[in-house]
Write a protein that binds this ligand. Structure first.
Ligand code: P6P
Length: 343
């Protein structure tokens, strides 16, 4: 539980400026970008929290690049984030789950590329379950080439300059990292400010919660089936089985994993041979957060952030969370690798 005495209130904006001073050469552009995202998040939070009142619930009739129904709040969130980035003129391109191709912004010389999942978990919107926004920020390398190309955005996760998420839950929480640890903020709607509640959050080295959609059990490899059965046996440390928790909203499941420890899994399966979750705007940013908090994130064979992307919407399996839990899961996958039974 994070409590902040009134006397030590630090807002997101103040914290970003304080942190910028730790980068002597910083010109404030990344700070401005993070402030833009913070502003858009406040506006999205307001709409998410009153969605039941306005007629913003429900679908808008279109489908996103993956053929999934697009909810009106998805479109609203996408628009708010892209508009905020457009205004500061330091981002040249946005790639978002809600847009098939790259979105070129008016600032051709903008040094940043931003990936967005504007409203992850949107299938939960109509039943009032937490949803989230995810962002991943890269530096454009070919900065002096006037033509912004998709290939400029195909960079591995280790080259992210910043990443984070906003969780629209019982409170609105923002977590971000620039590679110097993970900072956590909670929105105080009465003053419209994100307030710092943890400067450098760390994930427990081992947790006792596993998070996976067990309805897909029959589509899994044998190693994963064996690992989940292991989680259901008495743990030597506690003398009892793990707890199962699955919200079906990645940001919410990963945030709980960050705070309480354990493991979140969306695996390779016969239904999703490449996994379901997207590498560039779900797995890479959340992996940077988890790694910066002392955790691990793997696709089952290698570190998520070392995957060389070949497509902006590509998917990946993911095992992420406390190091002890992820290592144990990977051991099971290796031990039963030969017997890739889907039965
Ligand atoms: P399933 C939400 O649609 C999402 O993209 C993630 O937020 C979430 O972790 C996953 O899909 C849930 O997928 O197949 O378990 O419903």
């Amino acid at each position: 539980m994070h409590t902040v005495s009134e006397a030590r209130l630090v807002t997101l904006e103040e914290y970003i400026i304080q942190s910028q001073n730790r980068f002597p050469g910083a010109k404030g552009e990344l700070s401005q970008l993070l402030r833009d995202i913070g502003l858009a998040a406040k506006i999205i939070s307001r709409e998410v929290n009153k969605a039941g009142i306005t007629n913003i619930l429900g679908v808008d009739g279109s489908k996103n690049v993956h053929g999934e129904e697009v909810k009106k709040l998805d479109v609203f969130s996408d628009h708010q984030l892209i508009s905020a980035l457009e205004r500061s003129q330091i981002t040249c391109m946005v790639i978002s789950e809600e847009n098939d191709g790259i979105v070129r912004l008016s600032s051709k010389g903008g040094k940043y590329i931003v990936y967005l999942d504007p409203l992850d978990g949107s299938s939960n919107i109509d039943v009032n379950v937490s949803v989230g926004s995810i962002f991943s920020i890269y530096m454009r390398e070919a900065r002096f080439d006037p033509t912004v190309k998709e290939s400029d955005a195909l960079q591995p996760g280790v080259r992210q300059v910043a990443a984070g998420y906003v969780l629209y839950g019982s409170s609105t929480t923002l977590a971000y990292t620039t590679g110097l640890g993970v900072s956590l903020f909670t929105l105080d709607p009465s003053i419209g400010e994100f307030i710092l509640c943890d400067r450098n959050i760390k994930i427990p080295q081992k947790g006792y919660i596993y998070s996976i959609n067990e309805g897909s059990y029959n589509t899994w490899d044998l190693g994963l089936k064996k690992y989940i059965k292991y989680c259901q046996e008495d743990d030597p440390d506690t003398g009892r089985p793990y707890t199962a928790r699955y919200i079906g909203s990645m940001v919410a499941d990963v945030h709980r994993t960050l705070i309480k420890g354990g493991i979140f899994i969306y695996p390779h399966s016969s239904r999703y041979p490449e996994g379901k979750l997207r590498l560039m705007y779900e797995c890479n940013p959340l992996s940077m957060i988890i790694e910066q908090a002392g955790g691990m994130a793997s696709n089952g064979e290698r570190r998520i952030m070392e995957i060389e992307p070949t497509a902006i919407h590509q998917r990946t399996p993911i095992y992420m969370g406390s190091p002890s839990n992820v290592r144990k899961a990977l051991d099971f996958l290796v031990e039963y690798a030969e017997e890739k039974s889907m039965a």
